[in-house]
Design a protein around this ligand. Structure first.
Ligand SMILES: Cc1cc2nc3c(=O)[nH]c(=O)nc-3n(C[C@H](O)[C@H](O)[C@H](O)COP(=O)(O)O)c2cc1C
Ligand code: SF4
Length: 453
């Protein structure tokens, strides 16, 4: 299926892609119409001016590596892949004087349920990622980069390859970029479609051609990354934010958002809204405004709950969510995480037991199986929730659920274990009566009710 066929499939289901007029001050999705992805279009939008500025090809003096990193630090750009780690700080960890090969990796694995922002960036504005990566590579003294693209979005991979060809032919990539002394070879890598390959060390393993399983940390990728060499890895949206920052300055980017949460953020709004899709708005935008942009709750129903940052972020009830602004600090204060910015809206017709059952099944399925608490615990969680949902739940199951979740958290190699456990604990915390009502309905007394061990 080519990109246009995929698009018409989306349109037929009413899903909004990034090109609509309901963004607020967009930087990454600005001016996109679904077809203007090429180098010529990107340059017409001011594309590659930031790289020219950095390399002193615009009549200026150029920027030093330290100046680029300082600008990104000033911007308060935080990683858009989930953890929200400050990007400038991460770049400063790269041992620039390391004499051997160093690598830059873009994480376009985008597998978090609800998240669909990076694929729109790659499809409709691929050069913004290439430019952001080239600037990052310059700042950290890196000459080789890879973009690891999720296996199930082949059309985005093809589009990125086409954009790479254009950038190479125009001298934005390769040896002596724009005639300067800076060399940067960038390659696309087609991933294999496993959720766990989005975890940065599993991604590196997969990129090396091995089974995509997370590594123990430390050592972190900055010192032991791809092929054991110093590596910086950032999300697609993180790199895509960089050209605007360099063109307009770190302070201007910071002021687009709020302190400690610079710039705009792309939210993938899905679930029970009239206009599901990607929305780019400034950090600190009230959730109520984002909901309004997405057409409000479907069919005029009441808002019940929201998963604010992808399936691994704890669910928040409507009354808490309606008082939040969309930024890392506000959502954390409310007891959840902004994560990848996938906002899953649930109306008052949603059964929370069923919702949790689906989430738990996902994590059981995606566990790579390396560590016992995750391998065994995710299956145990799913079987417990499934039992409650079938009406075979027992009164002790609530405590057991919480106990199993608690014993996964913090005891695994990577954060998938926590990602499986947190939604369970949040559901119990906020919607316990719904679970208890299902248990009381049958009280687990049916003789055929299976044990869950
Ligand atoms: C189970 C799991 C899945 C992840 N999936 C993704 C992903 O699809 N895309 C992504 O950018 N980061 C993902 N991450 C986070 C990455 O490990 C890493 O923190 C991120 O790519 C760093 O980029 P950033 O600093 O720009 O956010 C995942 C983490 C875990 C634990
Ligand atoms: S926590 Fe789960 S996914 Fe992560 S390494 Fe352990 S078993 Fe694998």
């Amino acid at each position: 299926m080519n990109a246009e066929q995929v698009m018409s499939q989306f349109r037929a289901t009413g899903v909004q892609t990034c090109f609509h007029d309901r963004h607020i001050n967009p930087q990454i999705y600005a001016g996109l119409d679904g077809s203007n992805w090429s180098l010529r279009d990107y340059e017409a939008r001011g594309g590659y001016q930031a790289l020219r500025k950095v390399l002193g090809q615009d009549g200026g003096e150029g920027l030093t590596q330290d100046q680029v990193i300082a600008t990104v630090k000033d911007s308060a750009l935080r990683g858009r892949g989930g953890a929200g780690f400050p990007t400038g700080l991460k770049w400063s960890f790269m041992p620039r004087q390391f004499p051997g090969q160093k690598y830059l990796v873009c994480n376009s694995d985008e597998g978090e349920p609800g998240t669909c922002k990076d694929r729109d960036i790659l499809l409709y504005n691929p050069h913004i990622v290439i430019e952001g990566m080239a600037i990052a590579a310059y700042a950290m003294g890196i000459s080789v980069g890879y973009n690891y693209i999720h296996g199930e979005i082949f059309e985005a991979y093809e589009r990125f390859e086409a954009a790479l060809e254009e950038a190479r032919a125009a001298g934005y990539l390769g040896d002596k970029v724009l005639g300067s002394g800076f060399n940067f070879q960038l390659h696309a890598f087609h991933g294999f479609g496993a959720y766990i390959c989005g975890e940065e060390t599993a991604l590196l393993e997969s990129l090396e051609g091995k089974k995509g399983q997370p590594r123990f940390k430390p050592p972190f990728p900055a010192s032991f990354g791809l092929y054991g060499k110093p590596t910086t890895i950032n999300n697609t949206e993180t790199f895509a934010a960089v050209p605007w920052i360099i063109r307009n300055g770190g302070q201007a980017y910071l002021e687009c958002g709020k302190p400690n949460n610079g710039g705009t953020k792309i939210y993938s709004v899905s679930g029970d809204v009239e206009l599901p899709g990607n929305y780019e708005v400034p950090m600190g935008t009230p959730f109520a405004k984002l909901l309004e942009l997405a057409g409000g709750v479907r069919k005029g129903r009441q808002l019940k709950a929201v998963i604010p940052g992808g399936s691994s972020s704890p669910v928040l009830p409507a009354h808490i969510m309606m008082n939040c602004t969309m930024d890392y600090d506000s959502i954390a204060k409310a007891g959840s995480m902004l994560g990848s910015g996938a906002v899953i809206v649930m109306d008052d017709s949603r059964c929370m037991v069923e919702s949790l059952k689906r989430l738990s099944y996902f994590y059981m399925h995606e566990s790579c199986g390396q560590c016992t608490p995750c391998r065994e615990g995710t299956g145990w969680l799913w079987r417990l929730v499934d039992r409650i949902h079938r009406g075979d739940g027992r009164p002790a199951d609530m405590a057991l659920l919480d106990n199993v979740a608690e014993n996964i958290m913090g005891r695994t190699i990577c954060a998938l274990g926590d990602a499986a456990a947190m939604p369970v604990r949040a559901m119990i915390k906020h919607f316990r009566p719904e679970f208890e009502a299902m248990i009381r309905a049958d009280a687990g007394t049916r003789p055929e009710a299976p044990a869950v061990v």
